[in-house]
Write a protein that binds this ligand. Structure first.
Ligand code: BDR
Ligand code: CA
Length: 312
């Protein structure tokens, strides 16, 4: 039976590929809805981008909701320098025709979790954790109903990408991340330790383009765009394709390895704000609250992406 998920997202080219991977995998995944959050770019763009991507996949029927337009306590920090002014720079894609839903994204998350059987819905956050934390604050009764949270965020060996200590999604809203990591819900973390091993090298980019479809070419153009920034920054053979790791884990968990450990979020120090303090070596005695992924079969990951995107 397909797993029911809500994708909480701030597209973002890598978010876009994650959404496409989910929509291309109906045997394993049933997308109940997309909730947009402010992150890579402001909310008016992330909600629009989410609809653009659904239409690219030919899925005008997917419900897209706008959630929170700013972090719980801090000012919004965005990443146009990585993703471009629209967040989806690269391909030329038409403005969406499908409507944005009237309901607030947080209300949708709460209503859905209340309406579905306990333990039947997985949350897949691909951006700052503001919407999820707000839902848990507003309706603590839904916390126990979540099957699992599989999220992209954090890093231990790779530490940070937006500051020396913090990964972008956690840094943008560390207070929300703190609430989520303390919620007691089983969490799988796709950290930078994983995603920095999932590089879109030239042959992989060529393989997306060689699909020849609208989706394949758009994905190649999207990954081409943020390659420029990341390649320069990391001097690596390609940019990390972060967010699809979350969806890939739902389909092929065997591609990833990690440890069930304690992970705490730094919310105080100006120097290390948003750091995921991951007890990888088990030195604190603090209880495990997350499965922190550290490595990936990157060949298997890109094979899966190509195989699935070819279906769209
Ligand atoms: C994360 O930040 C965003 O820029 C990407 O979409 C990804 O979710 C990587 O740090
Ligand atoms: Ca993202």
């Amino acid at each position: 039976m397909a797993r029911k998920i809500i994708i909480d997202t701030d597209p973002g080219q890598d978010d876009a590929v994650a959404i496409l991977l989910a929509l291309a995998s109906p045997d394993e995944i049933e997308v109940l809805g997309l909730t947009a959050v402010a992150g890579n770019v402001p909310l008016d763009l992330t909600q629009k981008n989410a609809r653009i991507i659904c239409e690219l996949a030919g899925r005008h029927d997917i419900k897209v909701f706008a959630g929170c337009d700013r972090p719980l306590q801090r000012k919004l920090v965005t990443a146009e320098y990585v993703h471009g002014a629209t967040g989806l720079n690269g391909p030329k894609l038409p403005d969406p025709r499908m409507p944005l839903q009237d309901e607030h994204g947080v209300d949708f998350i709460i209503r859905t979790l209340r309406g579905e059987a306990a333990g039947s819905v997985t949350l897949c956050p691909l951006g700052p954790l503001t919407n999820i934390a707000r839902a848990f604050q507003q309706a603590p009764d839904v916390i126990g109903k979540v099957a699992e949270i599989v999220l992209m965020g954090g890093g231990y060996f790779e530490v940070g990408n937006v500051t020396p200590a913090a990964e972008f999604n956690i840094y943008v809203d560390p207070h929300a991340a703190d609430i989520v990591f303390k919620s007691g819900v089983p969490i799988v973390v796709m950290s930078l330790d994983v995603t920095h091993k999932a590089l879109v090298t030239k042959p992989r980019n060529d393989a997306f383009r060689a699909l020849g479809s609208q989706v394949g070419v758009a994905v190649a153009e999207m990954t081409d765009f943020f390659e420029r920034f990341d390649r320069q920054k990391y001097a690596s053979p390609g940019a990390p394709l972060h967010d699809p790791c979350v969806i890939a884990h739902l389909i092929r968990p065997d591609l990833f390895t990690g440890r069930h450990i304690n992970v705490e979020i730094e919310t105080q120090s100006p120097l290390t704000l948003g750091m995921t303090v991951a007890d990888w070596w088990g030195v604190t005695g603090r209880p495990a609250n997350a499965t922190f992924m550290g490595s990936i079969d990157d060949t298997g990951y890109f094979d899966l992406l190509i195989e699935r995107l070819a279906r769209l």
